[in-house]
Design a protein around this ligand. Structure first.
Ligand code: NAP
Length: 245
């Protein structure tokens, strides 16, 4: 298969790329930071593009160069996240979240669907977050953008099912990536934190099974479903106290 991972030069996206490569597939990854790209082990069936997926023209060029019209999977792993407290968010951080998490995700979906419709097959996948599942006063801009990612998956799934194109929303809890460590420092206190490798396995299994959405780890899924039952004000008190604590 030909798999393009938008934002696969580190973290979850890179772990998925490695797993697909080990299984003999052709994989393309992209990212903006050259240092990250330089550290990646090169192989014959891996293509790496240095680009910002917000730049639609460059993004289209890379996907066409890689796929020659035959794209099987487009996975959007790129995401912008940082300080989760909206009160402390800078304009630049907020704008980056909107550009990467929303506009660039739409860029990826549109590029993929144009290549996949003529073939009558393909799979579009985007990584959201469990943060998107809880709606309460004080919920972060990041959570709201990730909620939109889930909504985009639903909209494209409905629009593209007649063309044989599948859409899966990946909804992870805490995954032990370098980026999470950079932001949070000690990640050992993060509930049910999972390794990148285990996350990659679940993501690839979910794509193979063509599930509409997957929420993991399982214990996080249970916790979220219990928290969702609480009145929004109580939920707000619990989660904001936890964030500020
Ligand atoms: N780690 C977690 O605990 C967790 C939990 C839930 C959801 N998620 C979501 O999972 C995804 C991956 O997270 P991660 O922890 O693996 O982060 P990460 O290590 O920072 O990986 C993000 C990748 O996307 C690339 N990227 C970001 N913005 C881009 C852009 N505009 N254009 C091109 N490439 C871009 C990054 O490279 P450059 O920066 O060099 O461009 C990097 O390769 C994100 O969407 C995140 O919101 C993560």
């Amino acid at each position: 298969m030909k798999i393009f991972i938008a934002g696969g030069t580190s973290g979850i996206g890179l772990a998925v790329a490695k797993r697909y490569l080990n299984n003999g597939h052709n994989v393309a990854i992209c990212g903006r930071n050259q240092d990250r790209i330089d550290k990646i082990e090169k192989s014959d069936n891996l293509k790496i593009y240095k680009l910002d997926i917000y730049d639609n023209e460059k993004f289209i060029g890379a996907v066409k160069d890689f796929s020659h019209g035959e794209l099987d999977i487009m996975l959007v792993a790129a995401g912008s996240y940082g300080n989760s407290r909206t009160k402390k968010l800078s304009l630049m951080e907020a704008t980056n979240m909107l550009k990467t998490n929303i506009v660039s995700t739409v860029n990826a979906f549109e590029i993929a669907r144009k290549l996949m419709i003529p073939r009558g097959k393909g799979h579009i996948v985007a990584i959201s977050s469990v943060a998107a599942l809880l709606d309460y006063p004080g919920c972060s801009v990041y959570s709201k953008t990730k909620r939109i990612v889930i909504n985009l998956c639903e909209a494209y799934r409905a629009a593209l099912s007649d063309y044989g194109i599948k859409v899966t929303a990946i909804i992870p809890g805490y995954i032990d990536t370098l980026k999470l460590r950079e932001i949070s420092g000690d990640v050992s206190n993060k509930p049910f934190i999972m390794s990148e490798e285990n996350a990659a396995k679940i993501i690839i299994d979910s794509i193979e099974k063509n599930v509409d959405r997957v929420i993991f780890p399982k214990k996080m899924k249970v916790l979220i479903s219990i928290l969702s039952l609480l009145p929004k004000k109580i939920l707000s008190l619990i989660l904001l106290r936890k964030k500020n604590g």
